[in-house]
Design a protein around this ligand. Structure first.
Ligand code: CAO
Length: 262
């Protein structure tokens, strides 16, 4: 008799392949224990303290299209003056201009969270990946520096960091920090506030993606994500958001720098 339409044929009745028996995993080398010291030990201390802070996060995206063009032009000018001009000096100067409007983000809180000191100097710490590990030297008094002066100072700190020669003078008195992980990769980060500071920003990689322009047409845009963390005992979300909006405005429309630079 004819077989039913979906009856198994001799080919589909093949037995399942036997499972592969794996040899028990053997360690390739030996365990190695090292003592935590130097920069890593300092990171243990700082991050353990930081854990006491009730963090809140706030993120946004920044359209960097105009700044990408502007930096391309200014990079050549900076090179003529012997300086490397990355995006960081713009991020740092824009942060300082925005801190002038929202000074609570440049404040220090004491250990018992009873007093808040509004810091006069904008000493902006820059998280730096060095052969020794994470260090955070500060570009000091950014409120009085031009973008090019910030670049010069950052160049100096970066050279010292790479050579493992950053001293206490450069590593102390940070009042606010930025951590740009975008030169390595990634989009979002969750930065950790370093006490006694109350806020920090983390920057992702600038990516070329489609966005609607002002004519509602799809165009190519350079987008970067920013992730802010703040100490929620002394900073509220609305203040962080207003600060971020202003910082973002300077970067998205970099001509506005001209109006507020002193
Ligand atoms: N998106 C796209 N490109 C970026 C970028 C970003 N967010 N950030 C940097 N770049 C580019 C720079 O423009 C530069 O390109 P050009 O040669 O065209 O100028 C290149 O990447 C290398 O930049 P850089 O690293 O030498 O300089 P920088 O000023 O941008 O950054 C520093 C300096 C110290 C922030 C960075 O070197 C660094 O160490 N980042 C890691 C920080 C870190 O570890 N954070 C985590 C802290 S928590 O553990």
């Amino acid at each position: 008799p004819p077989s039913p339409p979906h009856a198994p044929t001799p080919q589909t009745l093949k037995p399942a392949a036997p499972p592969v028996r794996r040899a028990p995993a053997a360690p390739v080398g030996q365990d190695r224990t090292v003592q935590l010291k130097g920069v890593t030990k300092a990171m243990v201390r700082a991050m353990t303290e930081a854990l006491k802070i009730p963090h809140f996060g706030y993120g946004d995206e920044v359209n960097m299209t105009q700044l990408v063009e502007l930096r391309k032009r200014l990079k050549v000018v900076a090179e003529e003056r012997g300086l490397k001009l990355s995006y960081m000096p713009f991020f740092i100067k824009a942060a300082s201009l925005a801190l002038s409007q929202y000074p609570v983000l440049n404040s220090s809180v004491d250990a018992n969270c009873e007093n808040l000191t509004y810091k006069a100097a904008h000493n902006i710490g820059v998280a730096m990946d060095t052969p020794d590990g994470l260090v955070v030297p500060a570009v000091k008094n950014v409120q009085s520096l031009s973008v090019l002066e910030v670049a010069a100072e950052l160049n100096r700190l970066q050279s010292l960091g790479l050579a493992g020669k950053l001293g206490q003078a450069d590593l102390s008195d940070v009042t606010f920090s930025l951590s740009n992980i975008g030169n390595i990769g990634g989009t979002y980060t969750k930065p950790v506030v370093m006490p006694p500071n109350v806020a920090i920003g983390g920057l992702g990689r600038i990516q070329v993606v489609p966005r609607f322009d002002e004519k509602d047409e799809i165009s190519k845009a350079h987008i970067m994500n920013v992730s802010w963390s703040a100490d929620h005992r002394v900073v509220d979300g609305a203040t962080m958001a207003r600060f971020s909006n202003l910082w973002k405005k300077y970067l998205e429309d970099p001509l506005t720098f001209v109006l507020d630079l002193k």
